[in-house]
Structures are given as structure tokens and as C-alpha cells.
Ligand binder design. Structure first.
Ligand SMILES: Cc1cc2nc3c(=O)[nH]c(=O)nc-3n(C[C@H](O)[C@H](O)[C@H](O)COP(=O)(O)OP(=O)(O)OC[C@H]3O[C@@H](n4cnc5c(N)ncnc54)[C@H](O)[C@@H]3O)c2cc1C
Length: 416
């Protein structure tokens, strides 16, 4: 009988899964590589069924309180001339005020605070080996002593260690969408985006986008440098100086505020760089090991749906385990059957996202700008252009597991 479940990763999917596992009577333990829960970071979206998940967790008021309430953004030319302004609902097609956008770290911190009294957290550690047999999964950690768990779940993101140890090398499952992204904090002294307030400003040239996002007014400025990459593009994930060089080279000779952004990127302590990639994997579990969130089905940042998929995936995985009375074989199959069509529909969103954000030719850029400039005048027709995210987000009715569990309760006497 399944009782103890080790989760790798304490960002979004991990703590949400731990919450629901504990709720259903399991004993989750989380191992997280970072030394502590972090807040801040780039803003992520919580939509539709994912809002229902946080509501059922009792976190909706806190999540709504953390809403950054973005006013949208402006696309500008090389000399700062305004080309088009967009509101958040014009980007996603969802009515203003319905979705929530908050810094990823703030959501992770809320989830951690909500679960830390009931869940054992091992910060500053990582799994180094996994071996499964009839007795469980035998786990070796970098720091903690080895332990055996009934199940292990990888909630450790796009570059998941659990996936690597159990399913094989990342390049089998990672699909690069042809873009790379660098993000970094800007301090006010850079004088870039100084007058922005809860809005972004971006400047495109073919295949490149430079921008500033003022997440909470002038005190939280995030610089963004994103560019198209050729097939086979790769930079050593551990070589930060090489990553900074690649970004600087891609933006060499850029106009607008690009030189100052590149300079700030060069020295930023929280520099983040990655390819824009999806994870597509034929099965989300192997025996006693399963994956959730970006580790299983990262839809890429261009979809704007990664956080919602992580929250919904965690809820469904825990619910199916409870509904199956802890039978992992039944539960993992049901989890994947329930969620895969929804995941694939949301992954599709990222394919058009790149063309909209970083058009690659002069003609494509001109057409993108023309469409953006026309959005305010298109009325209901604009839903044909921007409605995709909202409709994909709403295409999964959240199951109610409490009823199926009532019919098949877990014996709770040996939980402790
Ligand atoms: C720049 C950027 C912008 C984005 N914008 C949006 C957006 O606008 N809207 C949206 O919905 N989504 C967005 N996303 C995607 C979103 O952040 C992810 O989809 C979401 O965070 C997935 O949550 P997760 O918990 O599955 O994985 P992650 O948030 O990636 O968390 C993985 C966790 O595992 C930990 N970890 C990794 N390896 C190990 C290990 N070996 N051992 C222990 N712990 C480990 C990490 O430290 C981290 O805490 C964006 C992503 C990026 C990079």
C-alpha cells in the first residue's frame, strides 16, 4: 500500500502535489535543490481550473492578493516611437480581472508556507540515484542518508533529475522551439524603463526582442533579451559566462535601449538563461516513479500555461492516487489519460506564441505590428486572434475526487 511519496522540486507542482497528497492521507516528503524557498522572479499566470485548484486549497485570497495587476505593454521602434499598445486581455483573450498573474517565487512561497507544517522539506539537497523494486524506491541523496519510499515523483522542472535518472537523457524528450531567453533584474540606476509602472515595453527587430517588464512598478524591473536560435543551438547549461556572451552577440549593434540592457545583463547576479523548450514524453510514469508539471510536460514559457498545468497536474495526480486507494499502476494510468489531451492542447499554444513575440523576418514583424495596432478596433473579431489561451485553459473540467474517494477510503490507521 502506498504511503510515503518523495517529491523532487519545491516550486509549483511539488508543494501543490504535497498538499493534496497530505490531504488524501499520504505522507509526502519534498527534496529541493535550492537552500530555501525563494520569492520574487518573473510573473506567471494562474488561470481557469488552476484557480479552482488554489481555491480548493484555501489559497485563492492570498493568490489574488499577490496579483501584479499588469496594465499590459507597449511595443516601440528603435527610437522609442510607440508602435502598438496591448492590454493583458488582448494577449490572452480572457476577460480583464479573471486570471491572476503573480511572481513565480511568490506563488512558490505561498505553497511552501501552506504545506510546511504537514510536509517534511529537505532543502539544499538532491536525489543522486534511484533504484526501484517490489519493496519500493531506494533513494540516494547528495547530503541526507539513503531512504526508501513507496513512490517518487519528479516535480523538478524542465531539466528534471528524476526524469533523467528514470526515463533517460533529456535530449530525447526536449523539443526546442527555436528561441532562447535571458531574464535578469535591472536596478533603477540603469535608467531603463524607469517610468514604467506594472507594464512592459519591448522592441523587436527580426528574430530579436529586447524588453523591460516593470512587475511592481519601478522597484521590480526585469530585463528580457530573447532571440531566435538555429537548429541544434546549445550552450553549456553550467557555463554562465558563455551564456552571457551568446546573448550579447545576438544583440550586438541593437538600437533602442539594447546596449544598456546588454550591459546590465552582463553583470546581473540573478541572470537566467535557457532555450524556450517543451517536454514531450510518451509516458509520464515508469513503475513507482512519475512526473508532474514542467518535468513531464513543460509547455514552454510562450504558452503562458506552465504554471496552470503544474497546479492542475498535481491535483489530478494526487486525486487519482487517492481514488485508486494508493494503487500507483491504476492511478498513474488514470492521471495520464485524464490530462494528456489538455496538456497537448496547451502545448500547441506555444507554437504560435513565438511568431507573435519574436517575428523572424521584416515582413512577419510588419504584419505582427499591424495586427497589434489594429487590436483595439477589432471588437469581438479579436477573439479569433487572441482567444486561444483562454479557450485552451478552460478545456479541462476539474474532477471532484472527494466523491470517488468516499467510495474507496484509504485505511488511515497506519499513517503517521
Ligand atoms: C522566463 C520564464 C517565464 C515564464 N513565464 C510564464 C508565464 O508567463 N506563465 C506561466 O504560466 N508560466 C510561465 N513560465 C513557466 C513556469 O515558470 C513553469 O511552467 C512552472 O514554474 C512549472 O512549475 P514546476 O513546479 O513544474 O517546475 P519549476 O517551477 O521549474 O520548478 C522546479 C523546481 O525543482 C527544483 N529542482 C530542479 N532540479 C532539482 C533537483 N535535482 N533536486 C531538487 N530540486 C530540484 C528547482 O530548484 C525548482 O524549485 C515561465 C518560465 C520561464 C523560465
Amino acid at each position: 500500500m502506498t504511503r510515503t511519496i518523495l517529491i523532487s522540486g519545491a516550486s509549483i507542482a511539488g508543494p501543490a502535489l504535497a498538499f493534496w497528497l497530505h490531504h488524501h492521507g499520504f505522507r509526502p516528503v519534498i527534496v529541493e535543490r535550492a537552500p530555501a524557498a525563494r520569492d520574487g522572479g518573473y510573473p506567471v499566470d494562474v488561470r481557469a481550473g488552476a484557480l479552482d485548484v488554489v481555491d480548493r486549497m484555501g489559497l485563492l485570497p492570498a493568490v489574488r492578493d499577490a496579483h501584479v495587476d499588469s496594465r499590459g505593454g507597449t511595443f516601440v521602434g528603435a527610437r522609442g516611437r510607440v508602435i502598438a499598445r496591448v492590454t493583458p486581455d488582448e494577449v490572452t483573450g480572457s476577460p480583464a480581472g479573471r486570471d491572476v498573474e503573480l511572481p513565480r517565487g511568490d506563488l512558490a512561497r505561498l505553497l511552501h508556507e501552506h504545506t510546511r507544517d504537514d510536509v517534511e522539506y529537505l532543502f539544499g539537497d538532491t536525489i543522486t540515484a534511484l533504484e526501484q523494486d517490489a519493496g519500493g524506491v531506494h533513494v540516494t541523496f547528495r547530503n541526507a542518508p539513503p531512504r526508501t519510499f513507496d513512490l517518487v515523483v519528479g516535480a523538478d522542472g524542465l531539466h528534471s533529475t528524476v526524469r533523467g535518472l528514470t526515463f533517460g537523457p533529456e535530449d530525447r524528450f526536449r523539443h526546442d522551439l527555436g528561441f532562447a531567453f535571458a531574464g535578469f533584474s535591472l536596478d533603477e540606476a540603469t535608467n531603463v524603463g524607469r517610468n514604467l509602472d506594472r507594464e512592459f515595453v519591448a522592441h523587436n527587430t527580426p528574430g530579436r526582442m529586447a524588453g523591460v517588464n516593470a512587475v511592481r512598478g519601478r522597484h521590480r524591473l526585469i530585463g528580457m533579451l530573447a532571440f531566435a536560435t538555429p537548429p541544434g543551438f546549445a550552450v553549456d547549461p553550467g557555463d554562465v559566462p558563455a551564456q552571457r556572451d551568446v546573448v550579447a552577440t545576438a544583440f550586438d549593434g541593437g538600437g533602442w535601449e539594447v546596449p544598456r540592457l546588454v550591459e546590465a545583463m552582463r553583470s546581473a547576479e540573478d541572470f537566467f538563461f535557457d532555450t524556450v523548450s517543451q517536454i514531450r514524453i510518451p509516458g509520464w510514469s515508469r513503475g513507482r516513479v512519475a512526473l508532474v508539471g514542467d518535468a513531464a510536460y513543460a509547455p514552454a514559457l510562450l504558452s503562458g500555461q506552465g504554471t496552470s498545468l503544474a497546479l492542475i497536474g498535481a491535483y489530478v495526480l494526487a486525486g487519482e492516487l487517492a481514488a485508486a486507494g494508493g494503487d500507483a499502476t491504476v492511478a498513474f494510468t488514470a492521471y495520464e489519460r485524464a490530462l494528456r489531451p489538455f496538456v497537448e492542447r496547451n502545448q500547441e499554444l506555444a507554437k504560435s506564441g513565438g511568431a507573435g513575440l519574436i517575428p523572424q523576418t521584416r515582413t512577419a514583424l510588419w504584419m505582427r505590428n499591424a495586427v497589434l495596432a489594429a487590436l483595439p478596433y477589432l471588437g469581438p473579431v479579436k477573439r479569433l486572434l487572441t482567444g486561444g489561451v483562454d479557450e485552451a485553459a478552460r478545456s479541462f473540467p476539474l474532477p471532484d475526487y472527494e466523491r470517488s474517494i468516499a467510495a474507496k477510503p484509504l485505511p488511515r490507521d497506519d499513517v503517521g
